[in-house]
Design a protein around this ligand. Structure first.
Ligand SMILES: [Zn+2]
Ligand SMILES: [Zn+2]
Length: 360
């Protein structure tokens, strides 16, 4: 096992670090919890030759084999450059695969650092999300006027309503609008994301240095191009922004950061996709955010979604308005979860919109 960390200051003048502010909740710090909010880089061993590499609250995972390294999520270019130096020093084998957990810019950027040796692997919908059209974006940053580019108000509406949760922070749009013409093209947003050159639809295996790993698309939830990666020998699963979302820290019991109509995915599919990950054969969940969790830990967010759906469905059946549901549905068994006071009404709002938008 080895452990080493390097301090990396917030002040680095790159958009990649600023992109990493997404969902990092400066405003929630005044709430019932204080999120961890640093950008320290670190590498820690999980088990065997499997390691977690972190940029603050964003985590990647990599498996070191004799023939090379399999990395999931480069996170951002500055971090990937740091990681490459670490990997070269410690392992002296090239990165052969870079897998994307999904296409969102705060997890998938930076693979160009490894492009001379690595195959970039992702779910097939990542290609669609990089074809020049308005891509799937995190939170409630959605195409509102069908003009194909990311307008300032499409960022500022969710940023003003839910800064750090469903939108970004003031000034992010201007940073990403590289030519300062007042619109952000998908190309500007994705300037540091390499398109994959190997894709799959449902499941795929990769073998390197005598080790085989499994990629699975569990269905839609936070994104529409999600990949969970199973390391069978290590009995570890990695997935980003799902099950343990961006608000989760050491305790997985954290009210989910639901946006819009639950990020545009029917709640049944959220539950099904989470259950598909839970059905994999593993002991440890080491995802893109949060601590190192057990299989039992990840049953909690799945049960939360089931209970949320049941409560809001019952409210709809009883003819309650959204406001009445927000007053009456207390989800008491979750009252000790992080962000309960702030996010309970918002999560009910998202489930209400979800269940009225997607009929069952
Ligand atoms: Zn995401
Ligand atoms: Zn994330």
């Amino acid at each position: 096992m080895f452990q080493k960390s390097v301090s990396q200051r917030l002040l680095l003048p790159t958009i990649f670090l600023f992109a990493s502010w997404i969902f990092s909740l400066p405003l929630l710090a005044q709430d019932d919890d204080t999120p961890v909010f640093t950008f320290r880089n670190s590498i820690v061993n999980i088990t065997g030759d499997l390691y977690r590499a972190s940029n603050g609250a964003w985590h990647a995972i990599f498996l070191a084999t004799e023939e090379g390294i399999i990395l999931v999520d480069p996170l951002n270019t500055a971090f990937a450059e740091w990681l490459k130096v670490q990997l070269d020093e410690r392992f002296d084998v090239p990165v052969r695969y870079v897998i994307y957990s999904h296409s969102h810019f705060d997890h998938a950027a930076g693979a160009g650092v490894f492009a001379d040796t690595a195959t970039i692997v992702a779910h097939e919908r990542v290609v669609m999300n990089m074809d020049g059209r308005f891509p799937h974006m995190p939170g409630d940053m959605i195409e509102r006027n069908n003009n194909g580019v990311i307008d300032r108000e499409e960022i500022m509406i969710p940023t003003t309503t839910d800064p750090g949760i469903c939108g970004m922070f003031d000034g992010w749009f201007e940073q990403m609008d590289q030519d300062s013409d007042g619109i952000m093209t998908p190309a500007e947003l994705q300037a540091d994301i390499l398109p994959p050159n190997l894709t799959y639809s449902d499941r795929m295996s990769l073998t390197l240095g005598g080790k085989t790993i499994e990629l699975m698309h569990p269905g839609k939830n936070h994104g529409d191009d999600m990949t969970a990666v199973l390391f069978p020998d290590e009995r570890v699963v990695f997935a980003s922004d799902m099950i343990a979302d961006a608000l989760v820290r050491d305790d997985i019991r954290s009210i989910p950061s639901a946006c819009g109509p639950l990020d545009g995915t029917p709640i049944d599919e959220w539950i099904r996709s989470y259950e598909a990950v839970a059905a994999l054969d593993f002991d440890i969940f080491a995802g893109g955010h949060g601590g190192i969790f057990s299989k039992e830990d990840i049953s909690h967010p799945i049960q939360f979604l089931r209970d949320l759906k049941a409560a809001v469905q019952e409210g709809l059946a009883n003819g309650l308005t959204l406001e009445e549901m927000q007053e009456q549905i207390m989800l008491e068994e979750y009252s000790d979860w992080a962000y309960y006071d702030r996010l309970r009404p918002k999560t009910i709002d998202a489930a209400y919109r979800n269940l009225t938008l997607f009929r069952y």
